[in-house]
Design a protein around this ligand. Structure first.
Ligand code: NAD
Ligand code: UFG
Length: 344
């Protein structure tokens, strides 16, 4: 039988894909989102793709607003679990405006978990990040690799992980902090995908916008890293694999009779350089991506690559989609929605 889940930030990139997976599994969702970085159109499309499976209600509100969160817990039936996506994620912005990151990411999580505690809903999946490892020297990155965040974005995510760890030690809480590596791509329908405002910060949407002719060329940030081709290495995973991981994590947590605190890397275990991604995209789509090498971007590290074995052992989850899938699906979304949800 389906459960009822609260999904904060459910209109965003990862949230919308996860909402679809959960609806297809027959669950009822309540999305709380203030549309700070997303559009209600994403949820309309999710409902269309779910095609009558599960259900989705929306509360437009801020996760820092205790009244809005309280309203979510009081509307409709009991909430069986929460996925907390709502948060900010731009590294550079976090350096320039750290207080906003501490407020949205940390205070938002505090307001949410306080409401969960009040309502006796203590099952939570939290969106953490591989950037908590900072600039690691040894690989593969296991969950017990020391954390050493180097910017406020990662510091706030680690602070929430620690807050949730402390809650679990009070008993009764079942929490999974998922340390996502680099989610990319889109649902294969091309109906939902990543919709960055303005100039994309991230590699993948930048590549698809260059391929579409919206931007002239890709700037590759540095080719003098200690990596085989000198460009930065990241562990890119298909957003649908990441969405699946959330469904499996909720199932797992709901089966746990006792308090549970999980911290899991969510990646493929296969790092790719910037140039490998560019050439993979060219192979998958037949489109040439012009690029030039420019200086390193401040705050970037040479390499992040997951050891994903713990997620496989604990959850039975592993990424199955390839770089070609990520490129094909991301490109289909870009082509069908050249301006994202705004005029798509
Ligand atoms: P996103 O910006 O597309 O989605 C975040 C959603 O949260 C948006 O719909 C936004 O409107 C909403 N939101 C923001 N602040 C809010 C607030 N105060 N109240 C209510 N809603 C709010 O980002 P995403 O890529 O889907 O990321 C989801 C989560 O995963 C974030 O917490 C992010 O930090 C984390 N994460 C993302 C990545 C990545 O590469 N995309 C990697 C690691 C971790
Ligand atoms: N890069 C370029 N040119 C660009 C954009 C990126 O060369 O225009 C390079 C970067 O230097 C880096 C790689 O591509 O080597 C990936 O950069 P992204 O900006 O796509 O991703 P990051 O690893 O820097 O950060 C992302 C998200 C964070 C998240 C992190 C880990 O922005 O929110 O992944 O999950 F925490």
């Amino acid at each position: 039988m389906g459960h009822r889940f609260l999904i904060t930030g459910g209109a965003g990139f990862i949230g919308s894909h996860t909402a679809l997976v959960l609806m297809e599994q027959g669950h009822s969702l309540l999305v709380l989102d203030n549309f700070d970085n997303s559009s209600p159109e994403a949820l309309e499309r999710v409902k269309g793709l779910a095609n009558g499976q599960g259900s989705l209600e929306l509360i437009e509100g801020d996760v820092r607003d205790a009244d809005a969160v309280e309203h979510a817990f009081k509307s409709g039936g009991t909430i069986d679990g929460v996925i907390h996506f709502a948060g900010l994620k731009a590294v550079g912005e976090s350096v320039n405006d750290p207080l906003r990151y501490w407020d949205v990411n940390v205070n938002g999580s505090r307001v949410l978990t306080a409401a969960m505690e009040r309502h006796g809903c203590r099952t939570l999946v939290f969106s953490s990040t591989s950037t908590v490892y900072g600039e690691p020297q040894t690989f593969p990155l296991q969950e017990q690799t020391p954390t050493a965040p180097i910017h406020p974005y990662a510091q706030t995510k680690l602070a929430v992980e620690q807050m949730l760890g402390a809650l679990c030690r009070t008993g009764a809480w079942r929490v999974a902090s998922l340390r996502y590596f680099n989610p990319v791509g889109a649902h294969p329908s091309g109906r939902i995908g990543e919709d960055p405002l303005g100039i994309p910060n991230n590699l993948f949407p930048f590549i698809t916008q260059v391929a579409a002719g919206r931007r002239e060329q890709l700037h590759v940030f540095g080719d003098d890293y200690p990596t085989p081709d000198g460009t930065g290495i990241r562990d890119y995973l298909h957003v649908m694999d990441l969405a699946d991981a959330h469904g499996v994590t909720l199932d797992h947590l709901l089966q746990q009779p006792d308090s549970t605190a999980l911290t899991l890397n969510i990646g493929t275990g296969r790092g790719l350089s910037v140039l490998e991604v560019v050439h993979g995209f060219e192979r998958a789509t037949g489109i040439t991506v012009p690029y030039s090498i420019v200086p390193r971007r401040p705050g970037d590290v040479p390499k992040l690559e997951a050891c994903p074995l713990q997620a496989k052992t604990v959850l039975g989850w592993e990424a199955s989609r390839t770089l070609e899938d990520m490129c094909r699906d991301g490109w289909a979304w870009q082509q069908a929605n050249p301006m994202g949800y705004r005029r798509g």
